[in-house]
Every structure is written in structure tokens, then in C-alpha cells.
Write a protein that binds this ligand. Sequence first.
Ligand SMILES: [Zn+2]
Length: 340
Amino acid sequence: MVILLGQSNRMASRDIAKQVRPLIGLNERQAAANLNYREKVYNKYREQGMGEVKARERADKAAIKYAGKQHRFRAETIVHTELAFAYNRGAHMGVAQGIADGLMGRCAMKWSTAGTNRVCSRCLALKDTIVGYTDESGVTLPPLHPRCRCAIIYDEVAAPRRIDNKPKPPKPESKPTSVINPLLIPATVPMITPVVPPNPKPNNKPETTNPSDNPQQSDRDEKIKSALQTKMAELKLKGEIIFPPPELDFSDFTFDVAHTQGDKHPHDVTEEEARKFITEAYFAIEKRGANSYNFWGKEGATYVQPNLKRIRTAFKAEEYAPPYHELIEVYENALGNLQK
Ligand SMILES: [Zn+2]
């Protein structure tokens, strides 16, 4: 299997995705988006007075190019999600083996999200809750959905079951220690983490901390947010700054090709780019009335309507209205000042 081969060769998941690509097709939603796109391009050329055959040829060519981009996005989703399955099951088996060998005790299984506040609502609902214990079967493991980055923290709640006859050493009255699943998958750059089973030594200290629990981080976030909100008020822009931007599971959102690739800018933003603008956004602006989250970043902006599961529109940074360029600048300055 390609994913297994890739793992043993320590390939980046992006490279594995390249190998997986020829093996899969587009999903239904992507195929529909592609048809729409081809139609749009065809109509545009026809309106410009091009002949039927020539316009069809051009449209086919554009659609094939677009399919390549859709294909790449889908391959990455599949590989990322399959690796998340493998990591989490592997970690779970490692802990189970440690318990069976008497190296560690029964553990509570705590759900851990990828860190920041940018986590989808389903995963956020589980954040830091005990989803089960290691001696129970059928406990849900991540990933919960495509591109899920969650992991389980194994919290030892009982002493290891002793399996030899040696006299018991004096028991240090230590509180239960945590074993952090080291296999958290990073946010935007899915990379292979070497598969290391969780260290079963009882004095193991957590190696990583959840960034959202870090007071310095949240203090920094607050400063950036308030700088942005102040600028919004000054520029009389409507909406509320969400920083860090919300993490939505937008994998099954539809992409409104007609709106995004309208008559004015028929080729401007592809679906892949629109999705990238979300994952790489600096901040989001919530427009309550429109039930819309508008993601703004260095390269472009994407508006989504989570209640309709829809990506409404997207455009590149060169089309930003001047006040939004100012907002981006405020963000970059705030970040720069705080990093000094
Ligand atoms: Zn998740």
C-alpha cells in the first residue's frame, strides 16, 4: 500500500499524496464544480465571439487544468486523514501493549484538539473531555472527520498491574502522570512525524503543551485582536474580528463557482485557492446578519456561510478594498511588534 510505503520511507504526506493521486478520482461535489467551471469558461469565450469548436476546446483544456488542482486537494485530504487513522491507532496499540506488559496502568483517554481556537465545532465539543478508558472497547479515536488533527492524551489513573513476583518497591506517592500522544499532526503543513510509541515510563513529563492553554499565547492573541477591532471601528467596518480565525470543518462545503469566478474575473480563484485562503487566514470577520465568516489573509479572502455549508465567494489580495489592506497591515505590524 502506498501510504505504508511512504511512511517507511519517511516521505512528506504531500509527496505521498502525489503518488496516491493517480489512484483516485474526484468526488461528486468536485465533479459538479468542474462541470460548472467548464460551462462558465465556454460561455465566456462564446460571448467574446469565439466559435463553438474553439470555445469547447479552450473550456476542456481549462477544466482539465482545474481538475488537476481539485485532484491534488483531494489526494492530500485522503493521505492526511489515513495517516491520522494510522497514528492514532498506533498510539493506542502502543499504550495497550504497555498496560498489558505491566509498564503502565489503566489510562483515561482525554480528547486533545490541535491547539489553537481554530478547531471545528464537533472536535471542540470533545476538547479535553474524557472520551473513555483504555480498558473499554469501542472508544472513539481521532480522526473524527477528514483533515481532523485531534489526538488522544493517555492519562494514567491506576498503578501498573505487576506481573512479576519481586517484592513491591516502596511506592512513591506520585500523582498520575500524563503521557502526551506525540503524534499531533501540525496545522497547515501536514508532515510525517516519525512513528514513536508513547513513552510508557511513569515519570514521563508531557512534552508538549496545548498552545491555547499558554497564557502568553492568549495574551498575544488578545493584543492582536484588539488592535484589529480598534482599526475596524476607526475604518467604520462592520462585523466582529475573530482571532485566531475559527477552524471550520469546511471539507464538505460547496464551492459557489458562479459567484467566485464571475464574469468580471472568470479565472481568478480556484476552489483550491479559496480553501487555502481559509486555512492560511490571518483573521476572520464575523458578519452576524449574513451568517458569514469572512477569512482574510495575505494572499486572499474567502467568505463562507457555515449554516449553508457553502463557500460563498473568494478573491485575491489585489482586489481588497483599501480599508482591508490597512487591516492586513495592522495585523502584520501587531505580530511583528509582539515578536520583538
Ligand atoms: Zn478534530
